[in-house]
Design a protein. Structure first.
Length: 317
């Protein structure tokens, strides 16, 4: 049973224990990165292909079909699932590994924005505090999260964890129904919650119905002090509309861990110029060592279950 890891550096920065993976296969070959031109050659002769973001298209898979693909992530948009179905390749992914890491990051963004943490840090670094006529600086408006309304879009495991953390801070948590989803006593239409939201935190998948879920119209309906948090998928927000809204004070701030197209282009609307009260982190919310080691554990479970004839975390094809 031979396995190949095509892009180990996308998961392991030298701080993970992959010995458990080596123990469930006869041989494991790891590459830090793999280009599209190298895929076909590198998967040749391997029963199991382990991959994070490398594209596995029909041409490469048909030339050298493995028996199993293990995705060390949840998303599988880089894999031709129809080709895998046609070729009889089992595809398994990772799920729920980063709940605490991502929820912690979402909360961090809320706190940093509401306290204007970065603005005050930069002010001290510039010497503003040295020059102050008072004992403190209060140049940027600070708001308490206690008593504020947190709107969660996407109440899965992750959204639920963020809701718990928000409640622990004394926030009132509301759950929005995604477009096209039925409302019930626990979920209200997003459009009715927008004017009441102090913080909106996105945790839903990117689909045709959720693309640009937050756009110009939605932000115009929000409070001028409202914060938008996105640790889900970049396409959920219309980035040009967000840049304009921040530039003109339509909303109070935004914390973004994902952008539409990653890594971002140099002309990304959120990055071409400094925008007020915007924090952008580089899709790092999931990256706690504990979360990444949890992926390794799920990888081992997936391989062992498949070897035993009862595969788990199988991706529908």
């Amino acid at each position: 049973m031979r396995a190949v890891f095509l892009d180990r550096e996308s998961l392991d920065r030298g701080d993970l224990d992959l010995v458990p993976v080596e123990q469930v296969v006869d041989a494991l070959v790891s590459y830090p990165q793999t280009t599209s031109k190298q895929v076909a050659e590198r998967i040749r002769g391997h029963d199991i292909v382990i991959v994070n973001k490398v594209v596995l298209d029909r041409q490469a898979l048909a030339a050298n079909p493995p028996r199993m693909i293990c995705v060390v992530a949840t998303g599988t948009n880089n894999i031709d699932l129809q080709a895998c179905h046609d070729l009889g390749i089992t595809v398994c992914n990772s799920r729920g590994y980063g709940t605490d890491s991502v929820a912690q990051h979402a909360l961090c963004l809320m706190l940093a924005l509401s306290t204007r943490l970065i603005d005050y840090h930069q002010g001290v670094a510039r010497g503003d505090w040295h020059r102050s006529s008072q004992f403190c600086l209060l140049d940027y408006p600070i708001q308490e999260l206690a008593g504020k309304t947190l709107v969660i879009v996407g109440l899965g495991t992750l959204g639920g964890r963020v809701a718990e953390l928000g409640s622990a801070l004394g926030m009132t948590v509301k759950v929005a129904a995604r477009p096209g989803a039925e409302t019930d006593g626990n979920r209200e239409p997003l459009e009715t919650l927008l004017p009441r939201a102090d913080v909106i935190s996105l945790h839903c998948p990117l689909t045709e119905s959720t693309r640009h879920l937050i756009g110009e119209k939605e932000m115009a309906a929000m409070k001028p002090t409202a914060l938008v948090i996105n640790t889900a998928r970049g396409g959920l927000i219309d980035e040009r509309a967000l840049a304009d809204a921040l530039r003109h004070g339509v909303i109070g701030g935004a914390g973004i861990d994902v952008v539409d197209g990653e890594p971002p282009a140099q002309d990304s609307p959120l990055l071409v110029e400094p925008l007020p009260n915007l924090i952008v982190t580089p899709h790092s919310a999931w990256g706690a060592r504990e979360a990444r080691q949890r992926i390794v554990g799920q990888l081992v479970e997936n391989i062992v279950a498949w070897q035993g004839g009862a595969p788990t975390r199988v991706v529908e094809q």
